[in-house]
Design a protein around this ligand. Structure first.
Ligand code: FE2
Length: 238
């Protein structure tokens, strides 16, 4: 059926109306997009602020922890630094590196649950005191695991005294059943403990400590991690 001029005019009017509607929709969309962008920007700003508070809180917690005894002053930060260098050497992922950094900073937070006099006791510990000392790994995990974003970090802390041959604590797990981050932390922690003065013994020099670490490769420590530590140590001081 042929279209009359009236029909054509009607169609043109409809078209004009659709066009107007689409312009309105486009403007509304643009506005919604702008609002979304602003919301996203605000979210990013909040996230950054939270991240900063989080980092600052962790640092303060570590400082409080270390300053409880002259034997541990600066320990967490040195352990964190060794861990960071080993992590880079072993090409761990960015996410693992972030977790390792925080775990290293807070690895001994469970010490707060154990009487300070036991940590500072000169000489040999009784069996009961030694059990109390050992409990710090699980205590640290318990302190951090209720906080959702510290969940995985709590797990690393739980295992930082496991030994590669399965004779460590608290779970006596061995080899690759121990998270790699915890195996790295174990080496860094032991090296710093050996080369620092403790209530029960004198500090030993770094070269002797390295030899001791090497002699425990495959039993107490993961050989791959020991290799990484020896390599970063050489680079740091040669
Ligand atoms: Fe520890």
């Amino acid at each position: 059926m042929e279209k009359t001029e009236k029909d054509v005019n009607e169609l043109v009017e409809k078209l004009k109306s659709f066009q107007q509607q689409s312009v309105t929709y486009a403007e509304e969309l643009k506005m919604a997009h702008r609002c979304e962008e602003e919301r996203y920007k605000k979210l990013e700003e909040t996230h950054d602020a939270l991240q900063q508070i989080y980092t600052e809180t962790i640092r303060v917690m570590a400082d409080v922890m270390d300053s409880r005894s002259r034997y541990t002053r600066g320990h967490s930060e040195r352990v964190r630094r060794y861990c960071e260098l080993m992590g880079q050497r072993l090409y761990i992922s960015d996410e693992e590196m972030k977790m390792l950094n925080t775990a290293a900073t807070l690895h001994d937070i469970g010490r707060m649950d154990v009487e300070q006099t036991i940590w500072d006791k000169p000489g040999k510990l009784t069996d009961t005191e030694f059990e109390a000392v050992k409990s710090h790994a699980v205590a640290g995990e318990k302190m951090l695991s209720p906080i959702p974003f510290l969940n995985k970090i709590a797990e690393i802390i739980r295992h930082h005294h496991e030994k590669y041959d399965g004779t460590g604590y608290p779970d006596c797990i061995s080899g690759e059943n121990i998270p790699l981050t915890a195996r790295i932390l174990a080496v860094a922690d032991s090296f710093d403990a050996m080369t620092s003065e403790r209530s029960y013994r004198e500090r030993i020099d770094p070269d002797t400590a390295i030899e001791e670490l090497k002699s425990l490769s495959g039993t107490q420590f993961d050989p791959m991690v020991i290799e990484a530590f020896v390599s970063i140590w050489k680079k740091m001081y040669v």
